[in-house]
Design a protein around this ligand. Sequence first.
Ligand SMILES: Cc1cc2nc3c(=O)[nH]c(=O)nc-3n(C[C@H](O)[C@H](O)[C@H](O)COP(=O)(O)OP(=O)(O)OC[C@H]3O[C@@H](n4cnc5c(N)ncnc54)[C@H](O)[C@@H]3O)c2cc1C
Length: 292
Amino acid sequence: MTDCIIIGSGLAGISAALTLKANGKNFLLFGKKQLSDKIVKAESIRNYPGLFNVSGQAFCEALQSQLKKEEIEIKTEKVSGVYAMKEKFTVTTQEGGMYESASVILACGVESVKPIEGEIEFLGRGVSYCATCDGFLYKNKKLGVICTNGEMEHEVEYLAELASEVYLVALYKNVTIKKDNVTVIKKMPRKIVGEKRVESMSFASAPTETLPADLPIDGVFILKDSAPPSVLVGGLETENGLVKVGVGMATNIVGCYAAGDCTGRPYQYTKAAGEGNIAAHSVTEYLRNLQK
Ligand SMILES: Cc1cc2nc3c(=O)[nH]c(=O)nc-3n(C[C@H](O)[C@H](O)[C@H](O)COP(=O)(O)OP(=O)(O)OC[C@H]3O[C@@H](n4cnc5c(N)ncnc54)[C@H](O)[C@@H]3O)c2cc1C
């Protein structure tokens, strides 16, 4: 069992990892090799102390080099669930991993795509965020897939191998997937509709020449970098999708802390780094108290 699991490799997660390392704790850092789109895609950063007019790409490389020197590896698995047990947490990943830790730091950022109407309502009743976890439920069925990032196209391919039809709402450029049963749609649905379960995706107007505005489907996968924190962690207190934190970045769940954009505005690198640092110190103190 590790001392801590950090979810997210943006500024908040990296800052927490560097501080935990300095405090001699063992931990796992989940995220991406490219750290965060919100770092890489910044054109010019001018308000980070010590750096002036640095590109997101250069900032990312500097952070990667720092992590390497500190021998901090990023586990490139996507966390699908955090389960609080007595004095420990079990963390599962979409890749099938299961890990245990004494504490958790949520540093998962905020979603750039707001949930659409029906998304949260039908979660677990036809709406899923995880292709590898739930894809098998839709063998030979019709699926909607809303994909926010080209990096996740392999998940769409996996779903297309199982489903009879896939209607792919591609919210990214350069769609490369070519499969007979995949229809690419470039319009966002207004809502997900159903009674007990998902029955259709509803568009403001017909999404293509041949498809109806109310498109019948058996389920819809919403593939995005981060699921809402309240979906990730059962029982977590949130407000308007943001994690509620108190002193020391503590959430309402004992041993679970949060930092960065996921705790609210302002959405800034320095705030994320500062909160990651505070959360890591809180974890260190929490672990000390556990051992007493
Ligand atoms: C184009 C752009 C330019 C910007 N420019 C500036 C600027 O100049 N100055 C400034 O101060 N701020 C700027 N910002 C804002 C800044 O990027 C954010 O405030 C900051 O990145 C937040 O850091 P974070 O660590 O909280 O979240 P993020 O950087 O969003 O990182 C979250 C990480 O968590 C990962 N993650 C999420 N869920 C999971 C999961 N379930 N499992 C595993 N990993 C997960 C994500 O993949 C991501 O890597 C800019 C933002 C954008 C989009």
